[in-house]
Design a binder for this molecule. Structure first.
Ligand code: WTA
Length: 654
């Protein structure tokens, strides 16, 4: 293989790569043009990658018109998502590995689960759910480690038409309870413990705590994964493995409408309450499968590894649904990049001969700091392509990834997308689109990005432009609504820029028409590639009895991308001690989860507010960024002197 070439910061895939790729530049241009000029014809054709029970006759029926937003694709077609991910591969792939499970502890053997075994285990799980009265349209919450049962449970829900909602195992009992209640779930599936990096999180005990705040009708299915002892409530708790072993090994799949919900996934927004993003069956699966094939240039026989957790959308689309719909071999990794040592990712790549490797920039940055010897120890010759997701990648990390992991031979796909979008929106399709370190580059098929001026909502028509990123028309993989709150859905995504889907991100488009994502323009921050609403952290802080008021902003962090900076005003008479600071950190961990723990807490006797009482976050952001020389207009502040105090006692002096 020849190296991918670079001319002034632009990288093109090697001739060998292009010769074997699904796409070249001309192919991309032709398909993209078709996708935006005649979306009906384009997507009718692409949807043939799925097996339909009743074929659709209508393709696109969508409106971004605020007040009447409605998104339907393939609406009169019927299918089953589980059958598309499993059953239809049985004739040709029954004995092919569908999922390679790599446990936290490398001394534990990995599992190779074939499509035939996946069918049997998913069926058994579906029968267990049915025995608990779960049927079409019912909600099932999953709070699980990265274990095969998580995949069985997702696919089992899809098989019987139930709607799953996976809650990341790092979330607290409170966060879990909120999601069980908001989705009105009948069942929660959890495990005794979740091993990660040699430590264990007590999932069952967290679930017990959460269920105190939920209806007593909610059943608790427990996977005995580590086998450690837990509490057990007879009549409510059910031993999943025992029930699966006793259940029938086959479960027929049900027919669902293309627009029936497949899953709800809660994500952070700019207001306090997490949003229940709803994805439906037909359009989502077609889009997940298509992006998996083209973005990663997936070919039969490749081994695909996405290091995300199934608790995030990346795990949904690129560990489970996209790869399995394509009959791929997909890796599910229970552990962390640094356990037992900083070579774990590369050891696993070598062990399973991984072809495509997909991770977050934050992981690359933290491994980069540990030296190249951890990479060099392992044989990475199976790698053909690398990917990143979740946050912008800085050029240093991109170069390190390219040189030390990809050995200068692997295209890097920087994939920009969101929980809401179901699959990739903007990414350099390998072989077709040249890469620039830090740029997401060009839109995927069917995606029409527009850059708007946030001051007047005008569409920027020049090629080179800066502004907020919106999408002008619907694509099959996008969310349909927020669970139980269509009005909030319209408000959050379609009210600000009429006629457009608003991503919440800022961007720059360069002279070549390539898109560079510059980060959120709303009150959402991106911590280690995880979305966190500043309002969520604030409401956790003010729930503590010592706290009168709190304001949270992001600030640049070398490893995490953004860190969490909290300004806290204490109740009268409370002393600002280091012990209290520790206590508040721990408090946020238990209220939301470890990912929400503030990195810096500054005691703020007062917060900068306008005369009408609105906190001026712009000023707080500047101080947190240690960039307070030009604070802009502070004349509207009720008490400008608070700013001097905040600057003097700032926590970030880096
Ligand atoms: C950010 C993750 C720059 C962005 C799939 C977006 C990115 C948010 C990229 C969605 C990227 C994601 N470059 N920024 N390649 N990918 N983002 O919902 O701010 O967890 O709005 O979905 O992550 O995060 P979410």
């Amino acid at each position: 293989m020849t190296d991918q070439g670079s001319a002034s910061g632009v990288y093109t895939a090697s001739a060998d790569f292009i010769a074997n790729a699904h796409l070249d530049a001309e192919g991309y241009a032709r398909m993209y043009e078709a996708s935006v000029t005649d979306p009906d014809a384009f997507w009718a054709d692409q949807a043939q990658r799925l097996d339909w029970i009743k074929p659709f006759t209508k393709v696109k029926n969508t409106s971004f018109d605020y007040g009447n937003v409605s998104i339907k694709w393939f609406e009169d077609g019927t299918l089953n998502v589980s059958a598309n991910c499993i059953d239809r591969h049985m004739l040709t792939r029954a004995n092919q590995t569908a999922i390679i499970w790599e446990p936290d502890n490398p001394a534990t053997p990995s599992l190779h689960i074939t499509y035939a075994q996946l069918l049997e285990n998913t069926s058994r799980m579906a029968n267990v759910l049915k025995a608990q009265g779960v049927g079409k349209g019912d909600r099932v919450v999953l709070y699980l480690p990265m274990i095969p049962e998580a995949a069985y449970a997702m696919l089992a829900c899809a098989r019987i038409g139930a709607i799953h909602s996976v809650v990341f195992a790092g979330f607290s009992p409170d966060a879990l309870a909120n999601r069980i209640n908001d989705s009105e779930a009948k069942v929660v599936i959890t495990a005794d413990f979740a091993p990660r990096g040699g430590k264990k999180t007590a999932l069952k005990s967290n679930t017990d705590k959460a269920l105190f705040d939920c209806s007593d009708k909610v059943k608790c299915l427990v996977v005995k994964h580590t086998g450690d002892q837990t509490t057990w409530i007879d009549g409510r708790d059910i031993d999943v493995k025992a029930e699966m072993a006793a259940a029938k090994p086959y479960c027929a799949y049900v027919e669902v409408g293309a627009e029936d919900p497949l899953f709800i996934l809660y994500t952070s927004g700019s207001t306090g309450r997490p949003k229940g993003v709803v994805h439906t069956s037909g359009g989502y699966l077609a889009y997940a499968a298509m992006t998996h094939q083209y973005t990663f240039d997936y070919h039969d026989g490749d081994v695909f590894w996405c290091t995300a957790d199934v608790g995030w959308v990346t795990g949904h689309s690129y560990i489970i649904y996209g790869p399995l719909a394509n009959g791929a071999t997909t890796i599910m990794f229970e552990g962390v990049p640094t356990f037992p040592d900083a070579g774990r990712f590369w050891e696993v790549c070598a062990k399973h001969k991984v072809s495509q490797f997909y991770t977050a920039p934050t992981a690359i940055r933290s491994l980069m700091g540990m030296g190249t010897e951890w990479v060099e120890k392992h044989d990475l010759s199976s790698l053909k392509l690398l990917g990143t997701v979740g946050e912008p990648i800085n050029p240093e990390a991109w170069n390190w990834y390219n040189t030390h992991v990809g050995k200068g031979k692997c295209p890097i796909v920087d994939t920009f997308w969101q929980t809401e979008t179901g699959g990739h929106l903007i990414t350099p399709l390998p072989g077709a689109i040249p890469q620039k370190p830090g740029a997401a580059t060009k839109p995927f098929f069917g995606i029409k990005p527009v850059v708007l001026d946030p001051a007047n909502a005008e569409v920027q028509t020049e090629t080179a432009a800066v502004g907020v990123l919106c999408i002008a028309d619907s694509w099959p993989g996008m969310m349909r609504t927020l669970w139980g709150d269509h009005e909030r859905f319209e408000e959050a995504y379609f009210a600000q820029y009429r006629g457009y889907y608003f991503t919440g991100d800022g961007c720059r488009r360069d002279e070549d028409g390539d898109y560079w994502i510059t980060g959120r323009v709303d009150d959402v921050i991106n911590v280690s590639g995880h979305r966190m609403g500043t309002a969520e952290v604030e409401s956790a802080l003010v729930a503590h009895e010592a706290v009168a008021e709190a304001a949270v902003v992001g600030y640049p962090h070398d490893i995490k991308g953004q860190g969490i900076y909290a300004y806290v005003t204490l109740m009268n008479g409370i002393d600002p001690t280091d012990a209290l600071r520790k206590e508040l950190e721990g408090w946020v961990r238990t209220e939301i989860g470890p990912i929400a723990k503030p990195d810096l807490i500054q005691w703020a006797p007062g917060l900068p507010k306008t005369r009408s009482g609105k906190i001026m976050r712009r000023i707080l952001r500047k101080i947190a960024e240690n960039d307070f020389a030009v604070l802009g207009d502070t004349s509207t502040l009720a008490d400008p002197s608070v700013v001097d105090d905040l600057i003097e006692n700032r926590m970030n002096r880096g």
